[in-house]
Design a protein. Structure first.
Length: 92
């Protein structure tokens, strides 16, 4: 492979990596309203999968809207570690 082709190949790989990383970073910083978010969006939170996202929805349907972001810890299975991992993203 000549030098020019190699440089183009590396540039393309770096561009793809930057695009993918940037997309993940934007999603990671997106705010999530735990009173209105659907299961799909809730499961994007760190340490929250579909099972816990479903519990969040069931909790708010049964108990009404969360009054404060940290109230997410009232949901069975969601504790301090999950709260700490997401406290900058969760809003009500």
């Amino acid at each position: 492979m000549n030098r020019f082709k190699k440089n183009v190949y590396v540039a393309v790989l770096v561009t793809i990596a930057v695009i993918l990383t940037g997309t993940c970073y934007v999603n990671a910083m997106e705010k999530v309203n735990i009173n209105t978010a659907p299961i799909e969006q809730l499961s994007e939170l760190d340490r929250v999968g579909a099972k816990y996202a479903q519990r969040i929805v069931e909790y708010r349907e049964k108990n009404g809207p969360f009054k404060a972001p940290e109230d997410i810890m009232n949901v069975k299975g969601i504790g301090q570690k999950t709260w700490e991992a997401n406290k900058d993203r969760i809003v009500v």
